[in-house]
Write a protein that binds this ligand. Structure first.
Ligand code: NAD
Ligand code: TDX
Length: 332
């Protein structure tokens, strides 16, 4: 394998993956990204031109996708509409990009016999009760609850069907909540950090007791790279780093880290249908591919992330006002 096509490479996880590949391999990377509100070319600044191309375009554009897939050895598919709150306001782009876009890509990969890795989420499995000892595994039943997770679940099903019916050379990964540098300020952790930097109070939905299973984005990248290299075709791998924390606990850690009183947050209108808890059992990935996370210590990863937002205001400032005005309309 010499060349890979990374869709959504100007987004949060995609750009971190591109940086990871540049550092740890000799592969050439072509990024295909539509540069929606969530895409940022600044996240890819400074990459070596002899190993990297950027193509601005839509994964639903069949002729562009066909041309790019024909010229690559593998596709790593991150592009998506990714924010649950947006999917509750305007679901249409989620259906277009997450379903039709994935369909367009796998049709091209099937035609050209191209290796395909599909990046998905633990949200396809719905949620768990706070007191349930269970965690999601590769055998868990699909029970998506939001327009976002329903379209991601549908995209996983398309990939599985293309593997079985057409012999598509694909793998799938379902990862838990990511944090780290270059994450849009609409998402939970960067929103709260940048609120504090702006002198505003963090905002917790509902009672703040919902639980997410946090993983540093660099650990997600190393897992996807391992699956691309050694994953078995047709298999699904769950990616997680045993990082379960309540939202309240995370906000309190951010406040303490940033020198604020631990209780200086507000409880705001809950998200409709808000998933209670996600939890990943990543035993299969660890056993089969020998993967393990580097950021075992959530507090250290969070401290690095706080520092990144403190030092990179030029990157996030342009997103902040629009994001907060959208949230204000939703009562969040
Ligand atoms: P993001 O919203 O930060 O980035 C998405 C990128 O896709 C943006 O650069 C955007 O411009 C691009 N894009 C959107 N529509 C496009 C289209 N039609 N054609 C081409 N490009 C398009 O998202 P993210 O958080 O980096 O998530 C990346 C992937 O990882 C998604 O598939 C998401 O479902 C999955 N995932 C995310 C998380 C998480 O915690 N953020 C966890 C598990 C899985
Ligand atoms: O201001 C906030 N206050 C708050 O309490 C925001 C923005 C969120 N929340 C809560 C909602 C969730 O319980 O924090 C938790 C995390 O919220 P998000 O960052 O919106 O993430 P989530 O809905 O869990 O989905 C994320 O993880 C799985 C990603 O956005 C998805 O793309 C991924 O698939």
């Amino acid at each position: 394998m010499q060349r890979i096509l990374v869709t959504g490479g100007a987004g949060f996880i995609g750009c971190n993956f591109v940086h990871y590949i540049m550092e740890h391999t000799r592969l050439h990377v072509t990024v295909l990204d539509k540069l929606t509100y969530a895409g940022n070319l600044g996240s890819l600044a400074g990459l070596p031109p002899e190993r990297y191309d950027f193509v601005k375009g839509d994964i639903c554009d069949a002729s562009l996708v066909d041309q790019l897939v024909a010229a690559t050895d593998a596709v790593v598919h991150f592009a998506a509409e990714s924010h649950n709150d947006n999917s509750l306001q305007e679901p249409r782009p989620f259906v277009d990009t997450n379903l039709v876009g994935t369909f367009t890509l796998i049709e091209a990969a099937r035609k050209h016999g191209t290796r395909f890795h599909h990046v998905s989420t633990d949200e396809v499995y719905g949620d768990l009760a706070l007191d349930d000892p269970a965690r999601f595994t590769e055998e868990s039943v699909y029970r998506p609850t939001s327009p976002y997770s329903a379209t991601k679940a549908g995209s996983d099903m398309l990939v599985r069907a293309w593997v079985r019916s057409f012999g598509l050379q694909a793998t799938i990964s379902n990862c838990s909540n990511n944090y780290g540098p270059f994450q849009h300020v609409e998402k939970f952790i960067p929103r709260q950090i940048t609120n504090v930097l702006d002198g505003a109070r963090p905002r917790l939905y509902g009672n703040g007791l919902n639980v997410r299973d946090w993983i540093h984005v660099e650990d997600h990248s190393s897992a996807v790279a391992a699956i691309l290299r050694n994953g078995r075709i047709g298999e699904t791998y769950l990616i997680g780093a045993d990082g379960e924390r309540s939202n309240r606990e995370v906000v309190e850690k951010i406040l303490v880290r940033m020198g604020q009183p631990v209780e200086s947050y507000d409880l705001v209108t809950d998200r409709p249908g808000h998933d209670v808890r996600y939890a990943i059992d990543s035993t299969k990935l660890r056993r089969e591919l020998g993967w393990s996370p580097r950021y075992g210590d959530f507090d250290a990863g969070l401290a690095d992330t706080v520092r990144w937002y403190q030092e990179n205001e030029d990157w996030w400032r342009p997103q902040k006002a629009d994001t907060e005005s959208n949230y204000a309309k939703q009562g969040h």
